[in-house]
Design a protein. Sequence first.
Lengths: 113, 113
Amino acid sequence: EADIYQTPRYLVIGTGKKITLECSQTMGHDKMYWYQQDPGMELHLIHYSYGVNSTEKGDLSSESTVSRIRTEHFPLTLESARPSHTSQYLCASSDGLAGETQYFGPGTRLLVL
Amino acid sequence: DAKTTQPTSMDCAEGRAANLPCNHSTISGNEYVYWYRQIHSQGPQYIIHGLKNNETNEMASLIITEDRKSSTLILPHATLRDTAVYYCIVRIRHGGSNYKLTFGKGTLLTVNP
């Protein structure tokens, strides 16, 4: 069982608000990832980190930003939410050893009105 | 990058074996095949992975053809809770010892009572 947590699970917010989606893992994994998934669609990698103070943009362009100050914590921030940001955001982590298995959190469903 | 092809959907009777095919004809010699599943509204769950040999764990078996151009995920006794989207993924090297997973559309497996 993976120990990776995301809060909030659901968020309804108005346009223009700043939001931060939290992701924490207690497995000591160096590598962490953020994916975005619209209903019925594929997962798209938007950010990843291979360790503290390391962040990179993923395959899908996103207006969100991330930070990695601590190993266990990888928050995602939207400075000014828009309806186009409505989606599910999934966080994952991996230990980077042989196998590179990624463990996913339960996701945050974001609705921007 | 190796690409995978999966059927859009499949049905299976409860208690019977579910055999999910995947084509990855452009796979390279050192690329692993991963299987994940995503139950509605949840984060993806790791199932199994393999390189050349067939693999089995408590969840499933993975059969990889000798030429490695295709594989089959087998759920030996499908239950209603196995209804999910199943993703076949070829792990891609992403610089140094880092890898990434690219999720496609997957196969929606529906287990019927």
